[in-house]
Design a protein around this ligand. Sequence first.
Ligand code: NAP
Length: 507
Amino acid sequence: MSAAVKPLDVAIIGAGFAGIGAAIRLRQKGITDFAIFERDTRVGGTWRDNTYPGAACDIPSRLYSYAFAPNPDWSHTYSGSGEILGYIESMVQEFGIGPSIRFEHTVTGMEFDEASGLWDIAFAGRRRNVKARSVVVASGPLSNASLPNIPGIDSYEGHKIHSARWDHDYDFTGKKVAVVGTGASAVQIIPELVERAASVKVFQRTPGWVLPRVNRRTNAMTRQLYRQVPAAQRVARDAWFWGHESVALGVVWNSPLTRVVESVALLHLRSQVRDPWMRRQLTPDFRAGCKRLLISNDYYPALQRENCKLITWPIAQLSPRGIRTAEGIEHQFDCIVFATGFDVSKAGAPIPITGRGGRVLGDEWSRGAYAFKSVAVAGYPNLFLTFGPNSGPGHNSALVYMEAQIEYLTDAIGMLLDQDLRMLEVRRDRQERYNAGLQRRLSATTWNSGCRSWYLTEDGFNATMYPGFGTQYVRQLARVEADDYVRTPRDTTRAVSAGGRTAVSLR
Ligand code: NAP
């Protein structure tokens, strides 16, 4: 890799929620020599990409935002994607992050040089690499849209749209449309599509548990209150947080409360769907929480519209004109919408990363990703992950978890710089102990109770979810424990030898 100019203190990969949040907290902690490398031309990550009609967050906005950047002006309990994107853009503006972002920089790989303690980062189509003392990987777990591996998918001659790459120029008026998938994205898209298209056929492989969604407009008085009394907004956020925490008992673990969650969802189904056949088709056969819970008031009504049809026969193949199901019927369409989710790096690394001694993260993670507290990986010094392995909540806001990661990794970077370390690397034994405990606890969760979901690898290894309460997760990241790390100073005359490599214990 070619030489670069002066190394940065921190390189952040990705300008989505995590990358922007990390930049803000770095700056607030006095670390200003950083740059964010973003492959797109705009910030926003998932909320820039997911602009399908009806796109919104199913976690209340007051909780789906950073505690360090409260927004009194959320328009509704659950805000739409445009408003969330606006919030991210406003943070960039308010905290002056814009000048630190390098757009159209797609990282193609990075390599750690042990002698200098620097990461060397390469970009697509750019001759000049960037060197950095530390790297924050904030490229997002849901950033690569995935088309399903259905036979004949390339033979289809009509229009194809993925939910995360919406084609806003396509006019659905009068069109015959198929939607493949019935996950969190699909339940938001389908109610919008039935309003626009001539007909919509929904291809369901597995019905999900759907809970009612109570979405209220925030009135002017409440906004005013939050603006003038910030503590009131903190109380509201805390109330949402604890409300979601209590649901963990029924969602993370299979408990009597799981039956309560299921009963609420079944009541919702019964109150909205009259037809017994349709009710049966829409009744899940797995424990609530095993796959992501769906939240919608308008999904079931949309499915019962005259111009909508639920198809539960498995898809056999795509033909040039449409979709052929297992019973041999060909359904013809002008457009197929794939709400089929993302390529999530449950195994393999999000980008090629070469660590100390030439080890390759993708190889080490080939059977499932793992890390220490989801943030650091042994063998990869000075590298920090956001939304890394086993950091997903099934019951609470991902932003609360992300904020905890950001606090932790910015403190770790502070330690690296303050103590003038060449390498800050998590101890392998700590990482192994952490993961052994994690996998033991995961085996008792609903996610491992026998459904197919993007949380698990093909072998059933859970590399995505955190098996516990949000409070537990936040508490474990509250402090960077020096003992968890091997700290190697830049000035090696201060170093002592441990296990054949230069190391020192600084306290
Ligand atoms: P998803 O949850 O992975 O759902 C994909 C859907 O496509 C599933 O119904 C799946 O069926 C179906 N599918 C996949 N391959 C198929 C095939 N070959 N044939 C037929 N059906 C197929 O994807 P998503 O709905 O885009 O959601 C992904 C994640 O994004 C969510 O879990 C959530 O974390 C996030 N999200 C969040 C929000 C929010 O409001 N916060 C909104 C949207 C998305 P099976 O169930 O049978 O696999």
